[in-house]
Design a protein around this ligand. Structure first.
Ligand code: HEM
Length: 458
């Protein structure tokens, strides 16, 4: 057979000379991806400032990129490179053999039993926070539930990592503020690749440097204290400090430990807080779903607080959370094809960028009927049985599956259950709600909600 036939290229928009579709992406990234996938199908090819991009949305093709041929799809791409300024060679941003070694080292810290041991602390944190809501409920005053979920998740993230290492709530707030600045800066550098390097003292660069200095100060202090005094704590840091390279027997150097901790802080709070915020929003709009949630909580828990032992029985609670992550996932991920490949019969040349959008695939009409409707029963075992693995992948997949996914799911379930036992959350009428899609999907204007007590607080 002849081998020199012209390779079949995926269809897609032509874009403009030199810039390609750069301006469309800058204007409304997800809007543009949604439009072209509707127009051209499961694989769309376009260019962005000279780079070829393939948007891949079909589950079979995602399985190829993320799992079957994942070795060919690395993170040497525009989205991840600026993140290295802040997260160095942490698990999220590193690649190849180095990533593999780190992943192997860190995996035991996320062992199921380890994560379950954190459950009790999670519930205690939630109760403490929710106790402070009482005056609002009594006065019928609204609060920003999105901000509350951020505070809660940050608390859980820092406690699971450092247990008692932090100096009070102010330090938790400082970490959250610094991470916000740092992420905002990295995003800006993704969009403006020729921005002046961080050492040039522009306002933006100075803010970034100050946030990094403050963040690093806290992280290094805690590592130092723990190395010096040890302590048999339940947290992830103690596991990371114990981790030893299989071949050399050496532990992680402080700089690498810092990169991993900053990465886990980042991964551990924004995604989880958004999931919870959107769950409250959907519950307030879907009273029938809310009623079934309350029925399950009353039946399984009655008046007592949830524990990790209850989690397998909180099936409907879990379905609500799964459906929330279907509609409000990480909007898009990126990979780079290291070598030339073929996806779905289309030629993908070496160096092409691959755009992956859980947001689009989670709405793919071949796998999701009425995709915009909030319907937790999509996740019953019967209805999930025939769905391909990558039709739903809120935690990614293949070797780079989210390392924190068990912790995230446990935290979300225990938090939703503990709060919904006590309160019904109602969106303030006319409060504007809009999804802001950046690294994660957050409510752009927060969520002002009022609290209706369900039972006298115990
Ligand atoms: C609802 C909550 C969460 C969601 C939706 C989520 C989502 C994701 C996704 C989609 C990826 C894959 C990224 C890619 O392939 O490019 C990922 C990776 C990662 N996540 Fe999460 N995540 C969540 C919670 C967490 C938590 C709680 C932690 C840490 C405690 C965490 C730490 C990480 C890390 C370190 C990676 C990189 C793993 C690797 O490449 O080996 N995530 N997450």
């Amino acid at each position: 057979m002849t081998t020199n036939a012209t390779p079949r290229l995926a269809p897609g928009p032509r874009g403009t000379f030199l810039l390609g579709n750069l301006l469309d992406l800058r204007r409304d990234l997800i809007g543009f991806l949604r439009q072209v996938s509707g127009e051209y199908g499961d694989i769309v090819r376009f260019t962005v400032a000279g780079f070829t991009v393939h948007l891949v949305t079909h589950p079979d093709h995602l399985r190829h990129v993320l799992q079957v041929n994942s070795r060919n799809y690395d993170k040497q791409s525009h989205e991840y490179r600026p993140l290295k300024l802040a997260f160095g060679e942490g698990l999220f941003t590193s690649d190849g053999d180095f990533w593999k070694k780190q992943r192997r080292l860190m995996q035991p810290a996320f062992h199921r039993q380890r994560i379950l041991a954190l459950g009790e602390h999670i519930v205690r944190d939630v109760v403490e926070r929710v106790d402070a809501w009482q005056p609002y409920a009594q006065r019928g005053e609204s609060l920003d539930v999105a901000a509350e979920m951020v505070a809660l998740s940050m608390n859980v993230a820092t406690k699971s990592l450092f247990s008692t290492g932090l100096r009070g709530d102010e330090e938790v707030t400082t970490i959250a503020r610094n991470l916000d600045t740092v992420i905002g800066y990295c995003l800006y550098r993704t969009m403006v690749p020729f921005a002046p390097p961080p050492r040039v003292p522009t306002r933006r660069n100075r803010e970034f440097t100050a946030a990094m200095t403050s963040l690093d100060g806290i992280i290094y202090r805690i590592i130092g204290e723990r190395r010096e005094h040890g302590g048999d704590t339940y947290d992830l840091l103690s596991m990371l400090l114990e981790a030893r390279d299989e071949e050399t027997g050496e532990g992680m150097p402080d700089k690498q430990m810092r990169d991993e901790i900053a990465t886990l802080l980042l991964g551990g709070y924004e995604t989880t807080s958004n999931q919870l915020s959107w769950a409250w929003y959907e519950l307030s709009r879907n009273p029938d779903v809310e009623a079934r949630l309350h029925e399950e909580l009353d039946r399984v828990l009655g008046d007592r607080l949830p524990t990790v032992a209850d989690v397998p029985r909180l099936e409907y609670t879990n379905r609500i959370l799964e459906e929330t992550l279907r509609l409000y996932p990480v909007p898009w991920l990126e990979r780079r094809a290291a070598a030339t490949d073929s996806i779905g019969g289309y030629h993908v040349k070496a160096g092409s960028l691959i755009y992956i959008s859980p947001y689009l695939t989670h709405r793919h009409p071949d796998f999701w009927a009425e995709p915009e409707r909030f319907d937790p029963d999509r996740f019953t075992p019967e209805r999930s049985a025939d769905r391909p693995r990558f039709a739903y992948f809120p935690f990614g997949g293949g070797p780079r599956l989210c390392i924190g996914n068990r912790l995230a799911q446990l935290e979300a379930q225990l938090t939703l259950a503990t709060i919904a036992q006590r309160y019904r959350l109602r969106l303030v009428p006319d409060h504007p709600v809009e999804a802001k899609m950046q690294v994660t999907t957050s409510p752009r204007y927060g969520l002002r909600m009022t609290l209706e007590p369900r039972r006298p607080a115990a």
